[in-house]
Every structure is written in structure tokens, then in C-alpha cells.
Design a protein around this ligand. Structure first.
Ligand SMILES: Nc1ncnc2c1ncn2[C@@H]1O[C@H](COP(=O)(O)OP(=O)(O)OP(=O)(O)O)[C@@H](O)[C@H]1O
Ligand SMILES: [Mg+2]
Length: 402
């Protein structure tokens, strides 16, 4: 998957509006010049220069000489490749406007979902639809069930400028969402605005607010007006009559939240803030779905072993849901994937469970503890799939192959 933060920083660094680098493409007997966004510059460049660049395989960069005249200078093609669309220019956004087109886009969008993300067709389409319709989206669900993955996949599926903010990781919401006031001996006090300020001013941007539920309450307060469809502005200072920044047309917010889960560090999100979103609840995977995912991710690991992992995880989740259940939380899909990774690297199921699963469960209460319960559960699978059983199965599959 594309790394959103990397892309974001690339975009930021290259946000030089005046810089134009074109590549020459030959069509028929014409040599056309296009920049990375597909803007045509053919008529600005002499035929000779275009032809020469094409023959030499170079790109051309627009420069200005001392007397203010524009000229085109040959630069390596890598210069062209590294130009990316400036953040502000999203005029070529690929979101259909006509209703029939919107419907086609939504209902054909399941193909856009990455194969490695397990998510039901209806949920995925609802997610796409909400984004296309400019709703604020809140992905909810317990830890490690794919909220961040789904949100990032959504962003990747839309051909729109995107920004990523992890609100769970920030200790200073004002600095992240608004900016910092600095003092410099020469310049005096000055204000440097946060990337978020630029993000909300970018038309049609998709802005990911990861781990909103773990954010500092100050962050929630700052976001309140930004997310309100009737307000949509950011106040740069708390004081009355202070400057505000409006949220640009078509900006979509996608947030994730661990709502109602076991983590105490998750603050209970404010009802008024929740109300500003439509909610897309991530489904926790069934044992079968999880087995399918693990098979897909680790085709070289014995499928029966992966099935055990999926079943162990799933039964802990069921146990944690049932009223008389002994567990306060289940094993997440994230952890299942980790276990499968260890199996792939040659660890046994019992070993993998020992390092990844047991530490997640308290051993308070000795034999009655959650950890004991989970250990016993894992042991069932370890002994079920004892060397004898596994051996038999291997023999059978070997017999099948010969
Ligand atoms: N539905 C899913 N489909 C595919 N992989 C998944 C799914 N859910 C979880 N995973 C696996 O678990 C990992 C963690 O998922 P992700 O980061 O999206 O969880 P999250 O819901 O955002 O968790 P948290 O609440 O801790 O932020 C993913 O990288 C992926 O390997
Ligand atoms: Mg997450």
C-alpha cells in the first residue's frame, strides 16, 4: 500500500506552483509537450527543441532568464518523473458529477477494494458512496479490525489529494491542527501554520483523521466547527472575533475510532462530535473470513495451522462478547496476522501464542485468570494438531500428490 505520509511529504516538498517540467510525446509527426498533470505546452516550445528533447530522451524545464524571458532547458527525465501534482491543483479530480455516473462509480467500486482487505461489498460501497457524497465518515470497531487499513484503501481508491493525521499520536493538538507561534530575535513573533490548515483549504481533499477516539479533548474542540456542515471553519484562535479559515469545497473527512472497546486509553468520544459523522462500523471477521485472509497473506504456511489461528482468535472474540464470558477482549485480526507471520518464520503455534497473545491477557487470579483461559484454548489446538495428527494429514496430502 502507498504510504500516505511519504506521499504527503513528497507533495508538500514539490508544491512549487511555477515549476513546469514537460515530457515530449510523439503522435503522428507531431511532438507534443505535456506536464505530469497532462497540461499541454506544445505551443510554448519551438518544434526544434521539442524534437531534440524527444530524440535525446530528456525532459524540458521552463526557466526564466535575467531579462524575464521564458526558455526551456533540457533536464534528465527523472526530474519529470519526480514532479507530482501540486496539492492545490485538484481540478482534474476524477469524481463523477452526473448522477448516472455517480451510481456506476459506486456500484462498480468493489473492484477498487484491495484484495488483502477483507470487507463486505455493501460496507465498502457505503464507504465509497459516503466519500463521493462528501460526508464525514467515522470508521468504528475494536482494535486491529482493519479501520485504518480500510480508510487508507478508500483514500487510495479516490483520485483526490489526500492528507493523513494521526491524532492518537499527537500530544499537542493545537500544533498539529492549527500551528505554532514562534519567536525569533530578528523577525519577532511569527506564526507557522500546521499542514492541517493547508489540507482543509485544498478543494476535494480527503483528510484522514486516524485514531480520533484517542485524541486529546482539545483536538475534538478544535474539530467541532470544522466538521459541522453548517459551519465548516477552523478558528485560528480561541478568542472572539479571531481569524477563521473556511473548509474548501468538496473536502471529505475520514476518521477512525475505537469506540466501545477495551482500551482504557480510548477516551469516550463526545456525543456531539460523533453526531457530525456518518458511521461505518467495521465488521469483526468470522473464523472463515480470517482463515481466508491468512491463507491469502501466507500461502506457504500450512492452511490447517492457519485455520487453528483463525479459530482460536474467533473463539476468544465470541467469549468476550458473551455475557458469562471469561474474557474482557478478544484476539484481534492484527494479532492473528502477527501469529501467522511467526508461523511463516518457523515458530510453533504455541511459541507464537506465547509471545503475541498471552501478554495481552491478565494473569490476575491464577487458574481463574484470563491468561489461563486463553492458554488452555491454545493448548487444545496445539494438542489437537499434535505431531501424530499433522503427520497423518501430511501423509495423506503427499499421497494425493503422487
Ligand atoms: N478486515 C481486515 N482485512 C485485512 N486485514 C486486516 C483486517 N483487519 C485487520 N487486518 C490486519 O491487521 C492489521 C491492523 O489493521 P488496522 O491497522 O487497520 O487496524 P485498526 O482497526 O485501525 O486498529 P486500531 O484500532 O488499533 O487502530 C492490518 O495491517 C492487517 O494486516
Ligand atoms: Mg488504526
Amino acid at each position: 500500500m502507498r504510504d500516505l505520509e511519504t506521499i504527503q511529504s513528497l507533495k508538500k516538498g514539490k508544491n512549487d506552483m511555477d515549476k513546469v517540467i514537460v515530457k515530449i510525446e510523439k503522435s503522428g509527426n507531431r511532438y507534443n509537450a505535456f506536464d505530469k498533470d497532462g497540461n499541454k505546452f506544445t505551443s510554448d516550445i519551438t518544434t526544434g527543441a521539442r524534437k531534440k528533447a524527444f530524440m535525446n530522451g530528456t525532459a524540458l524545464e521552463r526557466r526564466v532568464n535575467k531579462s524575464g524571458r521564458k526558455y526551456w532547458w533540457a533536464v534528465p527525465m527523472s526530474e519529470f518523473e519526480s514532479t507530482s501534482a501540486p496539492v492545490i491543483d485538484v481540478s482534474s479530480v476524477d469524481v463523477p458529477t452526473d448522477h448516472a455516473e455517480v451510481m456506476n462509480f459506486i456500484h462498480g467500486s468493489y473492484d477498487l477494494k484491495p484484495q488483502g482487505l477483507v470487507m463486505k461489498e455493501l460496507k465498502w460501497k457505503y464507504l465509497i458512496r459516503s466519500a463521493v457524497r462528501g460526508k464525514n465518515i467515522l470508521m468504528t470497531g475494536p482494535a486491529g479490525c482493519g479501520k485504518t487499513m480500510a480508510a487508507k484503501s478508500l483514500v487510495n481508491s479516490l483520485d483526490r489529494a489526500d492528507f493523513y493525521f494521526n491524532l492518537g499520536a499527537t500530544q499537542d493538538p493545537r500544533a498539529t491542527l492549527i500551528g505554532n507561534t514562534h519567536f525569533d530575535k530578528k523577525k519577532g513573533t511569527y506564526f507557522s501554520e500546521a499542514l492541517f490548515v493547508k489540507a482543509i483549504q485544498t478543494p476535494n481533499a480527503v483528510i484522514l483523521l486516524d485514531e480520533l477516539s484517542r485524541a486529546h479533548p482539545d483536538a475534538w474542540n478544535i474539530l467541532m466547527t470544522v466538521l459541522d456542515s453548517g459551519q465548516r471553519y477552523l478558528r485560528l484562535d480561541e478568542g472572539e472575533g479571531q481569524e477563521t479559515i473556511n473548509v474548501a469545497e468538496g473536502v471529505t473527512f475520514v476518521a477512525t475510532a475505537n469506540v466501545g472497546n477495551e482500551y482504557t486509553s480510548t477516551r469516550v468520544m463526545d456525543k456531539a462530535l460523533m453526531d457530525r459523522f456518518i458511521i461505518v462500523e467495521m465488521d469483526v471477521l468470522t473464523a472463515d473470513e480470517e482463515h481466508g485472509l491468512l491463507n491469502y497473506m501466507f500461502p506457504h504456511v500450512d492452511s490447517d495451522l492457519l485455520k487453528s489461528v483463525a479459530e482460536i482468535a474467533s473463539s476468544t472474540r465470541n467469549e468476550s462478547k458473551s455475557e458469562a464470558g471469561r474474557l474482557s477482549a478478544g484476539i484481534s485480526t492484527r494479532t492473528s496476522v502477527e501469529i501467522a507471520g511467526l508461523l511463516f518464520d518457523g515458530f510453533g503455534l504455541d511459541e507464537a501464542a506465547e509471545v503475541t497473545v498471552y501478554p495481552q491477557f491478565s494473569d490476575d487470579g491464577g487458574l481463574e485468570s484470563e491468561r489461563t483461559y486463553v492458554k488452555q484454548l491454545v493448548q487444545k489446538y496445539v494438542s489437537d494438531g499434535s505431531s501424530e495428527d499433522l503427520f497423518n494429514e501430511e501423509e495423506i496430502s503427499e499421497a494425493d500428490m503422487s
